[in-house]
Design a protein around this ligand. Structure first.
Ligand code: UD1
Length: 341
């Protein structure tokens, strides 16, 4: 069985990917500095898997510490999630974002070369496209100037990997461009952990519905879209996680490759549609107000996912409705766990 080092493996997408790796007979090894997650996710993983995967509390920018992990574990492949991801915070703290997101990738790439490891799956983002001229956007669409340091860090990381692959053909990489991951594992044992006020739409919705926030503000209702609110491509986090396993299997059969893949549902939904769907499927009240546009938001973006469908043999299996039900179940689980503790 192949061993896969999962940096950021205790995080939101990382933890769901750990489950999918085990389901496909990979052995995950988690590296995480717990800057944006905590031990509740480890408990959930233990319950779901029936064992605790090997775990290192290590920051990926720490070359010596990560080298020790590579020496001990000798992984066959790496999935690199570990990064900061809050768009607004990145504008206030650009150096934090550049140093963490870029340095951790450089350390991972150096160690992959030193330990002769070929296969890398990298967490990228649809943010590299900016506001595309053509929708749905496919991978051939040229990246637009980034609107945030977070977005620029992803563009730089993609470029670094592309250059590293060109210089060392043994290195193979899948650059996975996520659209908007939402939801949680249907067991409600793992999901996204709220640290402070959520930036993203769905955690804000669930926290409002449960009473932590007083109301949801829809950022902008005067966009050139059918109902005036922004359109995004929301994908269930479990579907997103399974794409990482497909990408690893795909890499096994490639040589000298560096390819980008869009990972979305292939459908656009407006903010208002997400809100209405949440209220309908969960029969939940949700106080909503309309507010001004949020700086830096693109008007609409959704994915052409045919490349991932065809080359990775991957497709999504879960609907927006399912994702919003699972997100709500997770929020209720957090509340119950909070009451008990
Ligand atoms: C952004 C990034 C994405 C990144 C993600 C991680 C872009 C284009 N996208 O996604 O690459 O991976 O952050 O955090 O840079 N909204 C509200 N009210 C709220 C919260 C959100 O109306 O309280 C709206 C937003 O204006 C937006 C939509 O909901 O139209 C989705 O927002 P969000 O969940 O923050 O994701 P993105 O900004 O699309």
């Amino acid at each position: 069985m192949k061993k896969v080092l999962v940096t950021g493996g205790a995080g939101y997408i990382g933890s769901h990917t750990v489950i999918e790796l085990c389901n496909d007979d990979f052995i995950p090894v988690i590296v995480d500095n717990f800057s944006n997650t905590d031990d509740r996710i480890l408990d959930g993983l233990h319950q779901l898997l029936g064992y605790s995967p090997e775990l290192y509390r290590v920051d990926c920018t720490d070359y010596n510490a990560l080298k020790a992990v590579f020496s001990t574990e000798r992984p066959d492949a790496v999935i690199h999630f570990a990064a900061f991801k809050a768009v607004g915070e990145s504008t206030a703290l650009p150096l934090k974002y550049y140093s963490n997101n870029i340095e951790s990738l450089l350390v991972v790439l150096r160690l992959m070369e030193e330990f002769n490891i070929s296969d890398l799956v990298f967490s990228s983002s649809c943010t590299v496209y900016g506001q595309p001229e053509k929708l749905p956007v496919d991978e051939s669409c040229p990246p637009q100037p980034a609107t945030s340091p977070y977005g620029y860090s992803k563009q730089v990381c993609e470029r670094i990997i592309t250059d590293a692959c060109a210089a060392r053909p043994a290195l193979k990489c899948a650059l996975l461009r996520y659209f908007n991951p939402i939801g949680a594992h249907p067991s409600a044992l793992i999901g996204e952990l709220p640290f402070g006020i959520p930036n993203n739409l769905v955690p804000y919705i669930t926290q409002t519905a449960i009473g932590i926030r007083s109301q949801l503000t829809i950022h902008g209702s005067d966009y050139q879209t059918p109902d005036g609110t922004c359109i995004r491509d929301y994908i269930h986090v479990c579907d997103l996680a399974s794409a990482h396993v497909k990408a690893l299997r795909w890499l096994e059969n490639q040589s000298a490759v560096c390819e980008a893949f869009n990972l979305g549902q292939g459908l656009g939904n407006s903010v208002k549609e997400v809100v209405d769907t949440f209220v309908r499927v969960n029969e939940s009240a949700l106080p909503v107000v309309m507010g001004p546009r949020r700086p830096g938001d693109v008007e609409q973006v959704w994915a052409d996912v045919s490349k991932a469908n065809e080359q990775l043999q991957w497709k999504t299996e879960r609907s927006l409705e399912q994702a919003l039900k699972d997100a709500w179940k997770w929020e209720k689980h957090l509340q119950q766990a909070g009451v008990k503790s």
